[in-house]
Design a protein around this ligand. Structure first.
Ligand code: UD1
Length: 307
């Protein structure tokens, strides 16, 4: 495979690049380095080429798809909050930028396109666990943009026979997730505070549930999705949800001192319970083993360790 990874210097992107290089693939990263970091990528690899550029520029994307067999499209405006405060900017990256990648891939005759969708397309679940046929009702421009991606991808399958697949990531955590950005996941925030010996704040009673998946598992799923021809959308989750209190308990086992836990008010618009049905991930992408939460947290706290 000769794979173009957009957003390859980011959190999920850089772990995916590592996994692809491990399979022997050649990789071209396209990243505008707005949130991605050069340091996330291997210092030197004959298999790796890095292009600094923006997916909003069609000419750049067209140049980057030259000679490419597979595309893993992860570049995005990833902040839910920023999609609310700056919807035009968010859509320019997540809708227009996505379309550039879709269209350039089609014109270049790329064999397979895999792109990042999100659990945010489901909004507040009406029934659990969420399978891919669950009703979609995004609560933010970000969620809507990802749903539009899914619809465009389906249209390109129908119109042009393009082989593509959207991966609906649930709560991804692991090394290289930036704890300082406004869109940081709860685990990276808690890990950073525990390392600093600072208290952590649980929003509400801590009984809310999430399906937390280790980034190494996500990278493996991305590679598996590139290597098969499964169409449509696939939930990327472990199939096991935990409460926030359970999460704190698991984190406590990785630190010498018990964490100081404070409770704040529930977060506005917070989803109470989330749980994923990952049957398609297991049966179609054949990803059936997941790093247990305790082990993933240990790797994270050991800073940069892998599982
Ligand atoms: C994700 C998005 C969020 C969006 C929501 C709606 C990320 C990181 N978050 O939230 O922006 O509004 O989907 O679909 O992409 N928590 C604490 N203490 C903290 C931080 C978080 O208790 O310091 C809680 C939250 O209130 C939440 C849980 O931890 O109940 C998980 O939070 P988060 O990691 O932000 O994920 P989502 O809630 O899924």
């Amino acid at each position: 495979m000769h794979v173009l990874v957009t957003g390859g210097a980011g959190f999920i992107g850089s772990h995916s690049v590592d996994a692809l290089i491990g399979t022997g693939a050649r990789v071209r990263v396209l990243d505008n380095f707005s949130s991605g970091k050069r340091d996330n990528l291997p210092a030197e690899s004959p298999q790796l080429e890095i292009v600094a550029g923006d997916i909003r520029d069609l000419a750049t994307v067209e140049r980057c798809t030259g000679g490419i067999t597979h595309v893993l499209h992860l570049a995005a405006q990833v902040s839910v909050a920023a999609s609310v405060s700056q919807p035009l900017n968010s859509a320019s990256v997540n809708v227009a930028g996505f379309l550039n990648v879709l269209e350039a891939s089609r014109k270049a005759g790329v064999q397979r396109l895999v792109y990042a969708s999100s659990a945010a397309v489901y909004g507040a679940p009406r029934r659990l666990p969420l399978d891919e046929a669950a009703p979609t009702a995004p609560l933010s421009p970000y969620g809507l943009e990802k749903l539009i991606n899914d619809q465009y991808a389906e249209l390109y399958r129908d119109l042009y026979g393009q082989s593509n697949c959207g991966l609906r990531y649930f709560n991804v955590y692991g090394p290289r997730q930036d704890p300082h950005s406004p869109y940081s996941g709860v685990i990276s925030i808690f890990a950073q505070r525990l390392r600093a010996g600072a208290p952590i704040t649980i929003n509400g009673d801590g009984q809310q549930t999430r399906d937390f998946i280790f980034v190494g598992d996500v990278a493996r799923a991305n590679v598996a999705a590139l290597q098969c021809d499964t169409p449509g959308v696939v939930n990327i989750a472990t199939g096991r949800s935990v409460t926030l209190l359970d999460l704190v308990g698991a984190l406590a086992t990785t630190t010498a001192k018990p964490p100081q836990v404070e409770h704040g008010p529930p977060r506005d618009g917070d989803i109470r319970y989330s749980a994923a049905d990952n049957t398609r991930l297991v049966s179609d992408l054949r990803c059936c083993e997941f790093v247990p939460l305790e082990r993933g947290l240990y790797a994270l706290m050991a800073d940069g360790g892998s599982c």
